[in-house]
Write a protein that binds this ligand. Structure first.
Ligand SMILES: [Zn+2]
Length: 253
């Protein structure tokens, strides 16, 4: 079985470059991606971007600490619900949201997807519950009332190998990526923040903000092995790479 894969850029953030590549000076403006996976058994969203409240008042929503290090470039029409509507998909038709992790730029749109189950690694959920609204996490992003399905490690979403959650712990304690076998474009790995940039993987350079550096490097090795087998790696926040990513309704595969 295969699935159809679509990508959206849901706004941009300007952040210190060292967040992405440890030790680098200056700032970098990065895309905030989200993906739609259409499988015969359901519609899946991988990551949901920023919370709609940040369209108007980002500092008011994320708080002073996060606002100090993140400049928001996020405009009406770029939030995930509007992006879905723009390609003819109603947000209430999304069956499952898979969050790579629960940082504010990956699950802020969950609230806009009322009928979706939320699929998350149980150790990420435990961590998010423990830190509450601190360290990049905001309870109001992910504690939004949908059914939460906590999973452990690798998880085949539809039981046919087309859409598989891969544990890629390191960036956060329970980070996951998604492998998608597509109808027409081969296999993709949607990295989330397991690998921010093409340079991260090519130079094996870890970010400045990281929960477990050894685990993150082990993930880089696994991504490289998959890349060598022809799997396409979708870097999580690479501005140059994302310029070449076709936006929905054009399909990635
Ligand atoms: Zn991120």
């Amino acid at each position: 079985m295969t699935a159809q894969l679509y990508a959206f850029t849901c706004g941009f953030l300007t952040i210190p470059r060292a967040f992405m590549l440890d030790g680098e000076p200056g700032f970098i403006t990065v895309p905030v991606p989200s993906y739609l996976v259409v499988h015969p058994k359901g519609r899946v969203l991988f990551d949901s971007g920023l919370h709609a409240a940040t369209l108007e008042d980002p500092a008011g929503y994320v708080g002073e600490m996060l606002a100090r290090y993140h400049t928001f470039h996020f405009h009406p029409g770029e939030e995930i619900a509007a992006r879905l509507v723009s390609i003819g998909v109603s947000p209430d038709e999304i069956d499952i949201v898979i969050n790579s992790h629960l940082h504010f730029d990956h699950c802020g749109g969950n609230a806009q997807l009322p009928n979706a189950d939320i699929l998350i690694q149980s150790r990420e959920l435990d961590h998010a519950r423990a830190v509450e609204s601190s360290r990049g996490y905001l309870l109001s992003d992910w504690d939004t009332g949908q059914r939460v399905r906590a999973i452990e490690g690798e998880y085949d979403v539809f039981g046919d190998g087309a859409v598989v959650c891969l544990p890629t712990y390191g960036h956060t304690p329970g980070h996951q990526s998604l492998r998608v076998r597509t109808e027409s474009g081969g296999e993709f790995v949607l990295c989330g923040d397991a690998c921010y940039l093409r340079d991260s993987l090519e130079q094996m350079r870890t970010p400045g903000v990281i929960a477990d550096k050894e685990a993150a490097l082990a993930v880089f090795h696994r991504l490289r092995e998959m890349q060598a087998r022809g799997v396409k790696i979708m870097y999580g926040h690479d501005p140059e790479f994302w310029k070449s990513v076709p936006q929905a309704p054009v399909r990635l595969g």
